[in-house]
Design a protein around this ligand. Structure first.
Ligand code: S3P
Length: 439
């Protein structure tokens, strides 16, 4: 990802139309590698997201001796090594931009009998790691980061872990999953209580691999010392990637787009609820259960959007989709207010500040608050913004360009491959007019 790629998003005059299957869910793809690797037997994965983040997780497990073969487009076969079969990696495992890789792997590595180190790119190495270091150290792990508790992280070998009852200080599925992964290697039981509902792919996938996990309201409990049995995983399309198309089809008059086989796990569908509150015309067709995950085809037609006060309960259920929800707000009539969303400041970029600055550059009035943003709907004028090392900022402004008076140029966009490989080609098929150039 060293080449600088810029995307120019040109205003479209024709409706967006067609049906597409967008790439696989990032969270589920990561977990398929993690659990498949430490299961007994061969796990087959279809619909795998070949994005940079998930490839970083695959690379880390290959570094630890797991054989992962590509058996077809987006298909993997993972030769599980069992709970205690991972080998010491020879060097620091570099997981690039991927917060999910570094946080979930830290939990898993805390329980191994070899030492390891994890690092990432400039964006990841600035993100807070005390949120996983603290609970894992409470369990007996020995993890050291930098003075400011950021990566690189070094995880010592062979520390005996003991189960804990942990109340998450923030709504984070990554922290919940890290503690549960460590709990599988701990003596006794480990439970995690979350302050608000967060994505539950870890809990669902543990059950699919036959590892018992108990759920009582907002508390998840498992016992250490169990085993995982290989399974088959069909990864649905990522609702977080689908969100870009949902907003795009909503704001371009006359559009009608069908997004096929999208994951609609209720812990992820906040974006549907928020866009519907704004007046979006979105319907779920053919809802079904695929393995452990609910899936549907999502039809989106253009609609007139109105600004809303985003209900705080929906924030963790739409946490990755806010950059493009802010674009919907920019195109809506009236004011949109978001509160209780301070977590957006510690994503791949400070998504409140970076989006607000970018919107202002493009002629939209917007102000941040300590934990949110206020956006006045208006006419997007166009301009030049930088992705700030953040794939979702890049794609959000590509959507903004659809309805701007002049083109929007987004600098430094190679990072879209983090979560949405093939973004430019795929969305152009629906009627976007994106041009990418390298410099
Ligand atoms: C993820 C959890 C979320 C989300 C991230 C993926 C996961 O992070 O933003 O893109 O797969 O568990 P937090 O746990 O920091 O909210």
């Amino acid at each position: 990802m060293s080449e600088l790629v810029n995307i120019q998003s040109n205003c479209v005059t024709k409706p967006l139309q067609g049906k597409i299957r967008i790439p696989g869910d990032k969270s589920i793809s990561h977990r398929s590698i993690i659990f498949g690797s430490i299961a007994e037997g061969v796990t087959r994965v279809s619909g795998f997201l070949n994005g940079e983040d998930c490839l970083a997780t695959a690379r880390a497990f290959r570094d630890m001796g797991v054989q992962i073969a590509e058996t077809g487009p987006n298909q993997l076969e993972i030769q599980g090594v069992g709970m205690h079969g991972l080998r010491a990696p020879e060097q620091t495992m570099d997981v690039g931009n991927s917060g999910t890789s570094i946080r979930l792997l830290s939990g898993l590595l805390a329980g191994q009998n070899f030492s390891s180190s994890l690092s990432g790119d400039v964006s990841l190495n600035k993100r807070p790691m005390s949120r996983i270091i603290n609970p894992l150290c409470l369990m007996g792990a020995d993890i050291a980061g930098t003075e400011t508790n950021t990566a690189p992280l070094t995880i010592a070998a062979g520390n005996k872990l003991t189960g804990i009852d942990y109340e998450l200080p923030m709504a984070s599925a990554q922290v919940k999953s890290a503690v549960l992964l460590a709990g599988m290697y701990a003596s006794g039981s480990t439970s995690v209580t979350e302050p608000a509902v967060t994505r539950d792919h870890t809990e669902r996938m543990l059950a699919s691999f036959g590892y018992e996990i108990e759920t009582a309201e907002s508390t998840f409990t498992l016992n250490g010392g169990g085993r995982l049995l290989a399974t088959e995983i069909d990864v649905p399309a990522d609702i977080s990637s689908a969100a870009f198309l949902m907003v795009a089809a909503s704001i371009v008059p006359g559009s009608d787009v069908l997004l096929e086989h999208v994951g609609v796990n209720p812990t992820r569908t906040g974006v549907l609820d928020i866009l519907k509150l704004m007046g979006a015309d979105i319907s779920l067709e053919n809802p079904r259960l695929v393995g452990a995950e609910p899936v549907a085809d999502i039809r989106v037609k253009s609609a007139t959007l109105t600004g809303v006060d985003v209900p705080p309960a929906l924030v963790p259920l739409a946490i990755d989709e806010f950059p493009v929800i802010f674009i919907a707000a920019a195109c809506a009539n009236g004011r949109t207010r978001l509160t209780e969303a301070g977590e957006l400041r510690v994503k791949e970029s400070d998504r409140l500040q970076v989006m607000s600055d970018g919107l202002n550059t493009c002629g939209i009035e917007s102000k941040t608050t300590p934990d949110g943003i206020v956006i006045e709907g208006g006419k997007i004028s166009g301009g030049r913004v930088n992705s700030s090392h953040d794939h979702r900022i890049a794609m959000a402004f590509a959507v903004a360009g659809l309805q701007s008076a002049e083109a929007i140029t987004i600098e430094d966009c190679a990072n879209v491959t983090t979560s949405f490989p093939g973004f430019v080609g795929l969305v152009n098929q629906l009627g976007f007019e994106l041009e990418s150039s390298t410099s």
